[in-house]
Design a protein around this ligand. Structure first.
Ligand code: FMN
Length: 166
């Protein structure tokens, strides 16, 4: 993995989120939780490179996002597709889901939230802002169909403080 200057970060973002998916991890190396995410963005806000993720209230990862002020986003080679499916369909609330995968935690370089040895892209983020999604803002009323249980996402912005790619 090579460290990339975050100000020069260039990603195929739509493909990354829609097709490859990312693993969101919050907490520390010794006490963390992770979940697959496919909705989010990478861009510039308040003159900082940032990544934005959305997390529903019932996710176990949500408690770690709210307790700690960092998270990582990791992408993996296609061989780990099944692991991302596992991380996106089982909850850390019910047991050690990491043990169900071939993924190995490793320390990140600048944030407490850990990364993975198998990742081919790592974005280390310092949480700088969050906001609960307000359905009053659904200009396109069809967005509501994503929330039959009214479980609106919490939106988190993380300044990207370090990035590594294969
Ligand atoms: C491809 C994919 C994308 C997902 N994207 C999101 C997302 O952006 N936000 C979210 O809250 N849940 C998302 N999920 C669901 C969580 O990953 C899933 O509920 C997970 O089991 C939560 O784990 P946890 O309870 O251990 O946090 C996604 C699931 C999959 C399979």
């Amino acid at each position: 993995m090579t460290e990339i200057d975050v100000k020069k970060l260039s990603l195929d973002v739509v493909d990354l989120w829609m097709k490859r998916w990312l693993l969101l991890t919050a907490g520390t190396r010794d006490d963390c939780n992770m979940m697959t995410v496919a909705w989010g963005s990478v861009g510039c806000m308040w003159a900082k490179p940032f990544a934005q993720v959305v997390v529903r209230p019932q996710r176990h990862t949500r408690g770690y996002m709210d307790k700690m002020d960092s998270f990582t986003l990791c992408a993996f080679p296609e061989a780990h597709r099944k692991d991302l499916q596992t991380m996106g369909t089982t909850s850390g609330r019910d047991g050690d889901k990491l043990a169900l995968t071939g993924l190995t935690l490793t320390e990140s370089s600048k944030v407490p939230a850990p990364s993975y040895k198998e990742a081919d892209l790592i974005l280390e983020c310092r949480t700088i802002y969050y906001q609960d999604m307000d359905p009053a803002g659904f200009v396109d009323a069809s967005i509501q169909k994503n929330y039959p249980a009214d479980d609106y996402h919490r939106i988190y912005y993380g300044e990207i403080v370090a990035a590594f790619a294969d």
